[in-house]
Ligand binder design. Structure first.
Ligand code: CMP
Length: 139
């Protein structure tokens, strides 16, 4: 079933010039970018995006990291896009991620982990709507 997911190539990966490699992995896996923008999030924008993690001890540090430089924010569309993207990313902690996954290759640690991907249809709907109005999605 074709679905959409939100992906973020985080500031650590953008800084390392890994945008091309990561977008190429999406495309080769059948995940088509149907919207994307390079944006330097404000801390407030990061806090709103990660609101579900507000009570976690890493929340403030995560939001500082996410507003430390530009990120590439994308909507990916394809069959089973949410799971497919999570498989491509690997585990949240790069140390635990399978060999060859994006986080294993480009991540540094559990916080600076190169990419984000929606984890369910409900979060995908919230996250896509957070960054993109319907008229900016070309699916
Ligand atoms: P992401 O998939 O974007 O979702 C929430 C983010 O919080 C996660 O990737 C990591 O960047 C970060 N994160 C999750 N767990 C921890 C942790 N234990 N310590 C620091 N950062 C974390």
């Amino acid at each position: 079933m074709s679905e959409r997911t939100l992906a973020i190539i985080k500031p650590d990966a953008v800084k390392k010039n890994a945008i091309g490699d990561i977008v190429s992995r999406y495309e080769k896996a059948g995940l088509k970018p149907v919207a994307m923008k390079l944006m330097h999030m404000s801390k407030r924008t990061a806090e709103g995006f990660y609101a579900v993690h507000k009570a976690r001890p890493f929340f403030d540090s995560l939001c500082s990291f996410m507003s430390s430089g530009p990120s590439l924010v994308l909507v990916l569309q394809g069959d089973n896009a949410i799971k497919k993207n999570r498989d491509l990313m690997g585990a949240t902690d790069p140390a635990k991620a399978d060999a060859g996954t994006i986080r294993k290759v480009h991540g540094t640690n559990i916080e600076f982990n190169a990419v984000h991907g929606s984890d369910s249809p409900e979060t995908a709907a919230f996250e896509i709507g957070y960054f993109f109005p319907g008229m900016e999605i070309f699916g």
